[in-house]
Design a binder for this molecule. Sequence first.
Ligand SMILES: *Cc1c(COP(=O)(O)O)cnc(C)c1O
Length: 389
Amino acid sequence: MSAFESDLRKRLRTLEEQSLLRELRCISSPQAIRIKLGNRELLNFSANDYLGLATHPQLKAAALEATERFGTGSGASRLISGSLEPHHLLERELAAFKKAEAALVFSSGYATALGTITALLGKDDIIVLDKLVHASIVDAARLSGATLRIFRHNDLDDLERILRWARARLVGSSTVLVATESVFSMDGDAAPLREIVDLKRRYGAWLMLDEAHATGLFGPHLRGLAEEFGVASEVEVQMGTLGKALGSAGGYIAGCQALIDYLVNKARSFIFSTASPPSVSAAARAALSLVASSEGLARVEKLRRNIELLRGGFPFADSAPYAPILPLIVGGEGDALKLAAKLREKGIFVPAVRYPSVPKGKARLRFTLSSAHTPEEIEFLRNALAECL
Ligand SMILES: *Cc1c(COP(=O)(O)O)cnc(C)c1O
């Protein structure tokens, strides 16, 4: 074994000793409610495909049609030659969906956060993040070179303390950006958006809101939690992803035209990366049109009934009403792995989420629900959980 290899083996052993080793499990079925893992069929409570759209016939048909018309690859970055029509149509429809002037799509949510924050901020600026915000935003904040401050999770007093500090420290044209999630990815709880908007306005900061787990699920038109709270027009930088409730892939920013024009010029993860395949944008367009139709609301209603069926009787963490993420905090990383394995034996697939996705000692099983689960499948999970706990 080379020195290189043995060094890596040693690092992997350390991870394993800490119950932090991660492994890929090959799934040989569609990403649906019943997945095939090896030669077993398991009930899936792990996907972010909250509305069951990842296998919807209309999305598949749209992707196939776009592949027939435009081929499999976009050929280059959007600014070189890859700015194919499906991407433009999607952006126009996303802007209309979000009631924003304009929108821009990126190849992933991760790339969206990275490109947007590093474009907007530099070393003279300040970025203020919720303690539990997604890794893509943390990494972007670090890369931007801005001064990074963290406020305690959903703690408005702590946020105000930092905003006061930041205001006193600003010089010239430097800015403060507050970034948070609307529904938190690993806890399923919601940010106090009205109060955060009020604070950022009082202190002259900008707000970036990541609606990855709320787009398509909340608000009268399912635009997200900012719509539900009536504050969407106050959020300067509206972010979301296309790979969760919308069943496709990618990320987006919606906002004023100047923001989008600026990102096209400055967001490096947009400029220096090949555009998504046309089929991906076509599928996302089909998802948006479904979500905007009566089928969208019907699926959300069904999802909400499923959430009600699962809640109650089990020590899930306090997630927001109707959030499809129900975490069962176990604590120890090894214990979480064992519980996930026990449930797998009973035919349930659920991930043991561990550090660094969540803080050390806060390992959990993260159950996610879909409108495509049947009440019988939820009951099956309830019984399995009751036997394991
Ligand atoms: C999933 C997720 C992302 C990243 O999106 P991808 O499209 O998976 O890269 C960003 N922010 C949050 C809150 C997420 O949950």
